[in-house]
Ligand binder design. Sequence first.
Ligand code: ADP
Ligand code: MG
Length: 240
Amino acid sequence: MINVEHLHKSFGESEVLHDISTEVKKGEVVSVIGPSGSGKSTFLRCINLLEKPTKGTIRVADQDLTDPKTNVTKARAKIGMVFQHFHLFPHLTVLDNLTYAPMKVKHLSRQEAEQKGRELLERVGLQDKESAYPNSLSGGQKQRVAIARALAMEPELMLFDEPTSALDPEMVKEVLDVMKDLAHSGMTMLVVTHEMGFAREVADKILFLDEGHLVESGEPNQFFDNPQSTRAQDFLAKIL
Ligand code: ADP
Ligand code: MG
């Protein structure tokens, strides 16, 4: 589903991603972990071209996103993204948040989009909130709406950038539970997270980034129980 080869990303003179190569298979859940500032968000943002790679190739669903001939808007429509700070449309109801892009971009009728939107709200446990505005929701509810909104575009791949980091502790589980369901439904997911329990339990693979280098990549049990690099050992010693 994702194939990254020799990805480099610089901001001005400073290179923040150094020669990253990896792949994610269809249906896999991959957790990206590493210290603050290690390049996790930049890596994720390169995968849907919110950041333009400086060098290297990124293929998503057999399309080369780094080829100038690729229709980026079309390619990006296959990729859903969920951010730490939700980014819901505050002036739209929950249901309108879900129907906006499918109607605008995919030209669904309002009726089709609303039917689909209601199914998704049920899936994330918010069927009673369709007429609410985002400001009246808790953080956990907002993030579940954000996930449903991304799913409304029927993405082939979902990117999550620290989806639970802005939440009060008691709301983390409801969001992780939705993500687990999604993982079990076969969605391909790339998840930047500090939730090591989730990473160990749900992920098929861990990518450990440090200072812009992909230092380790492997199965969760192997990574957590027997990290190979001193950088990963130090990181895990600090957080576990
Ligand atoms: P992480 O998500 O792991 O905390 P980031 O990808 O946000 O790390 O940042 C990696 C490095 O890139 C940091 O040193 C950060 O300051 C730098 N960086 C990120 N975005 C920009 C930007 N738009 N302009 C300049 N530097 C940036
Ligand atoms: Mg980040």
